[in-house]
Write a protein that binds this ligand. Structure first.
Ligand code: ATP
Length: 960
């Protein structure tokens, strides 16, 4: 287990801060970061600072250290969160989601990958091949997704330009059996245009710089990105900072995932097509627009497996349906042609990306899973929330990204809040805060029908007249002027940070973002003519055809206006939110009752931009009050203080909820610990008090006449119950010993007999003669009794009449016997150690053993000082053990007794007995009817005689 951190590393959990304010928060974060600790807990979440260097904290030992541990057992780490989520999913068999949030470059994608790797590492201990292959595909898919969905931006060399929700399906064992990737909002505009210093998607540079000569030759491409308009901007940067994966690695990942050669080739054909499309130029002659040089057209036709004429046509004309149902071809203007080409290019890439994700999904989807046979399958999801982007110039792309973030943040907050709702109510916190936490107001500002920004944009795009961006901005000002989260220069003329007729500002929860309206309408329209769709649908390449199924529609069938880009964004986000929140039941006004889906953990990313300047741009927006704050190595500055909008008060922050939740958990834990500590102290105190009391009461027992018999024991505490009974027993023994040690040895036999009798009586007879000396001549009538066809019980019954003492003994004995022998008309042999019931059917079967004391007592009281034992080793053998007692040296009496027994057995069994008789050191062996007896004495073997008496045999044991 990784060692827990000392205090020199700061607070490992933000909820342990003495005060929850931004200064303390940042100070702690900075201290920890300087000490090399990039992770800090915040309740059940983890705040991470991007170290921008390889850390030695993701090895196998680290994984082992966190596997199966509780969240706070180890120092903060992504693995702790991942393990907690995995455990929660396993324990409750409920779907769980890990949300990763933060600004661009904060390390979200890396965090998601580490989480996935951790889950892969801790699952499938039995190394089942099919599970391993699912894990492999899931991990390899990252490489492919990054190649086609990531690009170098000014903030991050490997920035994900799409949002991602990766779900892993786990079987009832918790092993991955499949998965699903939901991608959303690919920044396709990057294909045709990049900001200064930024690059197109990695895939282009990987192909051009790393593609094999053969491949480039087959695609007729040059290996220099500077040759292509769409990659020219990033051509230089590619050399200095190559994409994270090389072309070979991507090819290998595609192969591992299961893409066929044809599919892989088609992917690169599409990339080639895009590059060539970018180089296409249009020129205008007197009337119409033409493509400059037809070489590029043929090249495109070849790469797309289409006809060059059709390529040209779709680039220069568009088919329109007239009102009368007629179909005509309308030539483009040059601008329209460029516009159409760019839209086509973007769509080609977007569909390619969507298709790749779809193919991966098809490979990893759970197949043939029968819940009845295989048990419930659960999902653990990793949601890489789109990071807020705030640039100097923010355009339509940032608007969409930030809206998307706002929307997902909203869902995330709702999930967290409703998950904890019950807990809060239990804690007595008034739940109305949920309304304040809600950033629905901003979501509404963007997406509300008829009123929201998207609606205004769409309206402007659909207007027939010439609606410019500026007109659209005016319309937004008119409709949203009163909205507390919207402003523009026209609405706040004194704010010179915005331009008139160009800028509007949205007060997001992450901060204020000023957007330039320029280009909004064009980017929102994003018209993709049906002609392009049809062109690719008619391709002879089946892979391409598959990507454009809507191309089969003729223009007359395409009745609907194409959806605008903003609306498509909105729809994809709404679909994602529905997917994530499908297990959440909504009740009145945004309040939720969480049903199944559990948002387990949050990884908030913060970025440490060491490379560029010694300051950390730390977006605490999700953590604190929605603001971006900056600190350098020595000082902490909250830039939001200069913000025109005051920060919302603390309770408004969704993340304070997290902090609060963590604090509550801590408090509860502390309370429980205190309770246990108090309980422990109290228990120890009770024990001590009891022992003191016992000591006090029994201090003088040695000198008491009854040795403390009359002393009352104090009632013990529950913890001492066993100890108490042992102590009592010890005391009793000690008392008994104190008494017994004074009894003369000559009386001991009688005492023993009385003790045995006492046990046999079991307290049921008051007067049993224990005060009187006991006589021992009780076998006087032995002869009578053994003649009886009955048994020793009868014998004893006879004896009972003679002496009260015998009566006592045998009544106790008979009572015991009668428990298993209702009838007394059975033969019972009483010995020193055993009582045998002579069962007529099963012949001498031993039924029950009585305590030695009782038997001793019985044999003594019966006058049989010799202890007689009968033992059957098999159906045929009967062993008689006779031990000569010191009290009865009369040999005749022993002989009589054994003879009686042998007679009795013979009669019962009605056959001569194989009998072995042991008389202490004397051994007697008889087979069948006793003829001779071998007696083994200390002196050696000797013959013993049976004397045939009137009624049977008498055994004569020679005295030694
Ligand atoms: N835990 C880490 N250890 C070392 N380097 C890291 C770590 N996390 C991130 N980085 C570095 O930071 C870079 C950016 O991280 P990442 O791509 O994960 O950011 P992001 O939040 O996903 O950004 P975007 O939203 O732009 O995709 C990575 O390429 C890597 O170099």
């Amino acid at each position: 287990m990784a060692a827990l951190e000392g205090l020199e590393f700061g607070k490992s959990d933000f909820v342990l801060l003495d005060e929850v304010n931004i200064e303390q928060f940042m100070e702690n974060l900075k201290l920890r970061f300087e000490k090399g600790r990039i992770y800090t807990f915040i309740g059940e979440g983890v705040v991470s600072v991007n170290p921008y260097k390889q850390m030695d904290i993701y090895g196998k030992e680290d994984i082992d250290a966190y596997r199966g541990r509780e969240l706070y057992e180890n120092p903060p780490h992504l693995y702790a969160v991942a393990d907690a989520a995995y455990k929660a999913m396993k324990r409750r068999a409920k779907d769980t989601c890990i949300v990763v949030s933060g600004e661009s470059g904060a390390g979200k994608t890396e965090a998601s990958k580490y989480i996935m790797e951790y889950i892969a590492a801790i699952t499938n201990p039995s190394q089942r091949a099919e599970v391993e292959s699912v894990k492999k595909v899931l991990l390899k898919s990252n490489c492919v997704l990054e190649a086609f969905g990531n690009a170098k931006t000014n903030r991050n060399d490997n920035s994900s330009r799409f949002g991602k929700y990766m779900a892993i399906n786990l079987n009832f064992n918790g092993d991955p059996i499949g998965g699903n990737i939901n991608n959303y909002l690919l920044e396709k505009s990057r294909v045709v245009q990049q900001n200064g210093g930024e690059r197109n998607f990695h895939s282009f540079y990987q192909l051009l710089r790393g593609g094999s000569d053969d491949m480039l030759k087959s695609l007729h491409l040059h290996n220099d990105p500077a040759n292509y308009v769409y990659t020219r901007e990033g051509a230089v940067a590619t050399v200095s900072t190559p994409p994270p994966y090389c072309h070979k690695a991507v090819l290998s990942a595609l192969n591992v995932i299961g893409f066929s050669e044809e599919e892989i080739h088609s992917i690169y054909r599409i990339l080639g097509t895009i590059l060539i499309l970018g180089n296409l130029q249009f020129e205008t002659d007197s009337e119409s627009v033409r493509v400059v040089g037809m070489g590029d057209v043929s090249h495109i036709a070849e790469l797309t497996s289409t006809e060059p004429d059709n390529v040209t046509k779709s680039l220069l004309y568009r088919t329109v349906a007239t009102g009368g149902g007629e179909v005509i071809e309308k030539g483009h203007s040059k601008k329209e042609a460029c516009f159409g080409r760019d839209a086509f290019t973007k769509a080609l890439y977007e569909r390619l990306f969507g298709w790749i994700v779809g193919r991966i999904n098809a490979v990893i989807e759970v197949k043939d899973y029968n819940p009845v046979l295989h048990g419930k399958n659960t999902v653990i999801g990793v949601l890489d929330i789109y990071g807020f982007e705030i640039f100097d110039n923010n355009s339509f792309e940032q608007f969409c990204i930030n809206y998307c973030n706002e929307k997902l943040q909203q869902l995330f907050i709702q999930l967290i809040l409703c998950q904890e709702q019950d807990e809060y109510q239990r804690e007595g916190i008034i739940w109305q805060h949920i309304d304040y936490f809600n950033n629905q107001i901003i979501v509404d500002l963007v997406e509300q029908p008829h009123q929201g920004i998207i609606s205004v944009l769409d309206e402007a795009c659909l207007s027939v007249g010439k609606v410019t961006d500026t007109v659209c901005l005016e319309s937004m000002d008119a409709k949203l002027g009163q909205h507390p989260h919207y402003t523009s220069r026209k609405l706040t003329p004194s704010d010179k940070t915005m331009e008139f007729h160009r800028d509007f500002r949205i007060r997001h929860y992450a901060g204020d973002v000023t957007y330039s309206i320029e280009g909004f309408l064009d980017k929102n329209k994003d018209p993709l003519f049906q002609d392009f769709k049809r062109l690719i649908y008619n391709s002879s390449n089946p892979v391409l055809k598959e990507m454009w199924p809507d191309g089969q529609l003729s223009i007359t069938e395409v009745t609907k206006r194409p959806l605008t880009a903003a609306t498509l964004f909105k729809n994809s986000i709404v679909a994602l939110v529905e997917k994530l929140g499908c297990k959440v039941e909504w009740v009145a006004r945004n309040k939720l009752v969480l049903n199944i889906s559990t948002t387990k953990s949050i990884v908030f990313g913060t970025k440490h931009s060491l490379k560029h300047k010694p300051k950390v741009n730390c977006v605490i927006n999700h953590l604190m009050w929605g603001t971006s704050c900056t600190f350098d190595c020595v000082s902490v500055t909250i830039t939001s203080l200069s913000s025109p909008f005051p920060p919302p008060s603390l309770p408004l922050s969704p993340s304070l909820h997290q902090v609060w939740r963590g604090a509550l958990a801590r408090m509860r834990c502390q309370r429980m610990r205190s309770i246990f500590a108090i309980m422990g102290c109290y228990k120890r105190y009770k024990v001590k008090v009891h022992l003191w009391e016992v000591e006090r009461r029994f201090a003088n027992v040695r000198n008491m006449a009854d040795y403390g018999k009359s002393v009352e024991w104090p009632t013990p505490p529950a913890a001492l119950t066993q100890f108490h009974s042992i102590t009592q027993q010890l005391h009793r023994r000690w008392r008994a010993w104190q008494i017994v040690k004074n009894i003369p040895p000559s009386d001991m036999g009688e005492v023993r007999a009385k003790v045995a009798a006492l046990g046999a009586l079991n307290g049921e007879r008051k007067d049993w003669g224990c005060g009187r000396p006991w006589e021992r001549d009780y076998l006087a009538n032995m002869r009578d009794c053994h003649r009886s066809s009955s048994n020793f019980i009868l014998l004893s019954q006879e004896l009972r009449n003679k002496d009260e003492y015998n009566q006592v003994i045998f009544s106790g004995f008979c009572r015991k016997m009668n428990r298993f022998n209702k009838s007394t008309d059975r033969a019972l042999l009483i010995t020193d150690k055993h009582i045998y019931k002579l069962d007529p059917e099963k012949q001498f079967k031993v039924l029950k053993r009585l305590p030695l004391e009782l038997m001793t007592g019985l044999s003594v009281t019966a006058g049989i000082d010799q202890m007689v034992a009968l033992h059957t080793s098999s159906q045929d053998d009967v062993l008689l053990y006779i031990q000569r007692g010191e009290l009865c040296p009369d040999q005749d009496r022993i002989g009589e007794l054994v003879g009686t027994l042998i007679d009795h057995f013979t009669r019962v069994r009605n056959t001569p007995l194989p009998v072995k008789v042991c008389c202490s050191a004397v051994q007697l062996h008889m087979r069948g009817k006793p003829k001779s007896v071998t007696v083994e004495t200390k002196a050696g073997q000797a013959n013993a005689d049976f004397r045939k008496s009137r009624d049977g045999f008498t055994l004569l044991i020679p005295s030694n």
